[in-house]
Design a protein around this ligand. Structure first.
Ligand SMILES: Cc1ncc(COP(=O)(O)O)c(C=O)c1O
Length: 381
């Protein structure tokens, strides 16, 4: 665990979100993976429409508002075979809440889960929080061959983040099919976190079709929260197979009744805007910011871009033998905040040493200033 000084108070940092808190008030916050770029013209018009969406949401049945939001969002990403039945797609305040509900449900029938390694640390933290034992599945293993038979016989579910955070790696269609078929053979639930799906068209094949055809029991967590700069107004959708065999609806009802229909209407409108060209614009924007960061650091000795094929809204930078803490601290003196990667490696934090993650969903001017400061710090260390 690292110790840093904040307002002259020594703070022990336990997880990535605590680093992200430190960055929240800085205009040079390159830390969290939430969307903080400026609204596009189309999105700004939707914000202006909010009073009308409010009035409309008051008039219409919630179920109708929700079904329209689902159809627009899932359709945008090619997820046409998502389930339509009652209780199969549950709207949550955020994907972490969806995760908590899934985890609590799983803990009623199993005491262990296989989890992709590395991945964002609130996933292992939530799973551990309900008492599950976590067995790591290395990202490379996930992409090649069958998963370890011992692991598969030991766990109640395997959990895969695709595209993964922080690596951006996507599970391709045929690989998902193989994983789902193996889960079916072992009667293990296959759970997917697709929060970063929107950024990468390689993750836009119809996952629900593959899952249904495989015959496995499955859960998917979809998220509107990483894409659009909506001041944390978002939906995490918890989607499950009819025969999932977990008390998901009961646990959901223990925690919430539903998400605001105003947010659902906003999500519908943003998804429609995205379908009309906004998504391509977003992809170009992230690619432009990635190119900006890479070119700002291109000739700094012993600096590498670890995920050359990533299209996610985050970028990992290998900083060689420099220490994460030293670079993070020097950077914070410039008021620039990045994320050290130890905690992504939840089973072996030492493997995240020498790696920083930079958020790309930011105004290009802020990213350019942050990249310039990072260049200075890395060149001096
Ligand atoms: C892959 C992944 N899943 C889930 C979450 C949680 O999202 P939220 O904070 O909106 O609940 C995050 C957060 O960054 C994430 O990276």
């Amino acid at each position: 665990m690292m110790t840093v000084l904040q307002n002259s108070v020594s703070v022990d940092l336990g997880n990535l979100t605590q680093y992200e808190f430190l960055a929240l008030n800085s205009p040079l916050n390159l830390s969290d993976g939430h969307a903080r770029q400026e609204l596009t013209a189309g999105q700004a018009r939707i914000v202006e429409e909010l009073p009308a969406l409010w009035a409309d949401a008051l008039k219409r049945p919630v179920a109708e508002v929700e079904a329209d939001a689902r159809s627009a969002f899932f359709g945008l990403f090619g997820q046409h075979s998502y389930p339509r039945g009652e209780g199969r797609v549950l709207a949550c305040y955020s994907s972490s809440v969806a995760m908590e509900i899934f985890a609590r449900s799983l803990a009623t029938v199993s005491d262990a889960i296989g989890l992709i390694h590395p991945t964002f640390d609130n996933i292992p933290d939530i799973l551990r929080g309900v008492g599950l034992e976590l067995l790591p599945i290395e990202e490379d293993e996930l992409h090649h061959g069958d998963l370890d038979p011992y692991l598969m016989s030991r766990v109640g579910a395997i959990f895969v983040t695709t595209p993964n955070n922080p690596t951006g790696r996507v599970v391709p269609q045929e690989r998902l099919r193989a994983l789902a078929e193996q889960c079916a053979r072992y009667d293990v639930v296959l759970a997917l976190d697709t929060c970063f799906r929107g950024f990468d068209t390689r993750a836009h094949y119809d996952h629900y079709e593959v899952l249904r055809e495989s015959g496995c029991r499955w859960v998917v967590i979809e998220d509107t929260g990483k894409l659009w700069p909506t001041l944390e107004l978002k939906i995490g959708w918890l989607v499950s197979a009819e025969d999932v065999g977990l008390p998901i609806e009961k646990v959901y009802s223990d925690i919430l009744l539903g998400v605001s229909p105003l947010i659902m209407s906003m999500v519908r409108r943003l998804a429609e805007d995205a379908a009309g060209g906004g998504l391509a614009e977003l992809h170009e924007f992230i690619a432009g910011n990635r190119a900006l960061l890479r070119s700002a650091l291109a000739d700094v000795p012993d600096v590498h871009f670890l995920d050359p094929g990533s299209r996610a809204s985050v970028e990992r930078i290998g900083i060689g033998s420099r220490s994460n803490l030293a670079v993070w601290s020097a950077l914070s003196e410039h008021n620039v905040f990045a994320l050290p990667c130890q905690k992504f490696f939840w089973a072996d934090p030492a493997r995240g040493e020498g790696i920083l993650r930079i958020a790309l969903a930011r105004p290009p001017a802020s990213l350019a200033m942050g990249a310039a400061a990072l260049r200075t710090v890395l060149s001096e260390s």
